[in-house]
Design a protein around this ligand. Structure first.
Ligand SMILES: [Zn+2]
Length: 478
């Protein structure tokens, strides 16, 4: 039994890795099911109750299948399907330097919304420092930035941005939020801030955290890039070190390293509203200030957004000194404190990976981490773009009637429009994240009370005196 299952899985996986895709086709009745099977498709899963069938289709027949079933939906690729198909993976299920190059080049080639990786400078050892832009927004749309691998031994940060780019591009056009984000923002990604250190750690997963400048201007084992940014650089010896062989050596001067200098000049040129500087590990969501344990003028925003974004994954939210230890000369302090335009609202998520290289042979944990961070990424974009109510409509079937709760067009500011179709609700209520009722809307144009705090809420329709509930999440931001 086990062997058969494993053999079947390997077969499916090998097809997928050779370019197959899973397509979800609506199917309600027995004849729908058998019609699809009789066409010769390989059915991988299905639910009569929910009315769908998944088929595995060779990449050559994907377009044809989508035309044949206009209501069908291309399912996003799973991590295991995204793993590069080279004979020997560089870093297990993490993407190594060459696999990154291949992934981003292919994504750009196959998707009009993705620009070819572009250089913003050169590393100490002469490698290109590259960013990728993904957007379908008009020129001048706000920028949002995601970075990874500032510390070279934290590959779980790179997995997250790969998954994020893959999800955005795959779900564009079918997922409301992916579509909204790419239609309204320019998403920038730096997948490897420290390419020299990452190459040094390739392929076995070394312990190099800092960059590879071992010589200038003094002998060292590298400079910690995340202590080399210029805001409050070297503020004290607690948040960074003056010892060239310490793990948090800040270098001889602010922005002394080509990696940080080029990155900051480039970031100031795109002026992002904010973003995430991804690190691993521990499961934290850190915001400025890092150099002292004091709030910034935007403390309430950082705190409110942080708590919302970590509501599902349980990451610990706060300033560096509250969670771990103070940090000076890091990227979030620079982004908030020293940019040449409006303060950029950046966080440092420490992905909840199993150590630095712990998931090298474990796709399950990488996928879990990616999903948890994908949710944070979505909410961050939504918050930065000041948008409300862009969830998909929720629907359910009851006694043969489809009932749907949908939110009105966006952006929503003071009034939340909603409709319930298929049934007349017995009552409507607004719940907070703890399930407490905070308001009872009377009609479909609910005026959001001025005293309702920013955050995530649920609009709930009760149908048939408690026999059915439909619930739709939305966010209030002012
Ligand atoms: Zn780090």
């Amino acid at each position: 039994m086990c062997k058969i299952l494993v053999a079947a899985l390997l077969l499916v996986l090998s097809t997928v890795m050779n370019g197959g895709r899973l397509i979800r086709i609506p199917a309600q009745t027995d004849s729908d099911f058998s019609a699809i099977r009789n066409t010769g498709y390989e059915i991988t899963a299905g639910s009569r109750a929910e009315g769908w069938v998944d088929v595995l289709v060779d990449h050559r027949f994907v377009d044809e299948t989508m035309q044949k079933y206009p209501e069908a939906k291309l399912l996003p690729l799973d991590w295991s399907e995204l793993v590069p198909t080279t004979d020997s993976n560089e870093m297990g299920f993490y993407y190594g330097p060459n696999e990154n190059a291949m992934f981003w080049a292919t994504l750009a080639e196959t998707n009009d919304m993705v620009d070819t990786p572009t250089s913003y400078g050169t590393s100490f050892e002469g490698r290109d420092l590259e960013f990728i832009r993904i957007t379908n927004a008009p020129a001048g749309a706000p920028a949002i930035l995601f970075t990874a691998l500032t510390h070279a031994r934290e590959p779980g940060s790179n997995s997250v941005v790969i998954d994020w780019a893959q999800w955005l591009t795959t779900e564009y056009g079918s997922d409301t939020m992916a579509t909204f984000i790419l239609d309204n923002a320019q998403i920038y990604i730096i997948p490897i801030v420290n390419p020299d250190g990452y190459e040094y750690n390739n392929p076995e997963g070394g312990n190099q955290r800092k960059n590879m400048n071992f010589t200038t201007p003094v002998a060292s084992d590298g400079i910690d890039l995340n202590r080399n940014y210029s805001y409050m650089w070297g503020y004290d010896d607690i948040g960074s070190s003056a010892d060239p062989y310490d793990g948090t050596y800040r270098g001889s001067a602010a922005l002394s390293e080509p990696e940080t200098l080029a990155e900051t000049i480039w970031i100031d040129s795109i002026e992002p509203l904010g973003g995430f500087h991804y690190h691993t590990y521990g499961g934290y969501l850190i915001f400025p200030w890092g150099y002292i344990n004091s709030p910034t003028p935007d403390q309430s925003t950082f705190e409110s957004w942080g708590n919302q974004m970590a509501a599902e994954n349980g990451y610990e939210v706060g300033r560096a000194a509250q969670i771990l230890y103070p940090v000076n000369g890091d990227a979030v302090d620079w982004s908030y404190g020293e940019s040449t335009h409006e303060p950029m609202l950046f966080f440092t998520p420490e992905v909840d990976d199993d150590g630095f290289w712990g998931s090298q042979n474990d796709t399950t944990l990488i996928v879990t981490n990616n999903l948890e961070c994908r949710y944070m990424n979505k909410l961050l974009c939504m918050n930065l773009l000041s948008m409300v109510g862009i969830e998909e409509a929720t629907s359910t079937q009851f006694d043969g009637t489809v009932m749907e709760l949908s939110l009105g067009s966006n952006p929503v500011s003071a009034v939340l429009n909603y409709t319930v179709s298929g049934a007349v609700p017995t009552s409507m209520s607004v719940l907070d994240v703890t399930g407490r009722i905070v308001a009872v809307p009377a009609d479909g144009n609910w005026v959001i009370p001025a005293n309702l705090q920013n955050g995530i809420y649920f609009l709930q329709a009760e149908i048939g005196n408690g026999s059915r509930f439909l619930s739709q999440r939305f966010t209030i931001l002012r």
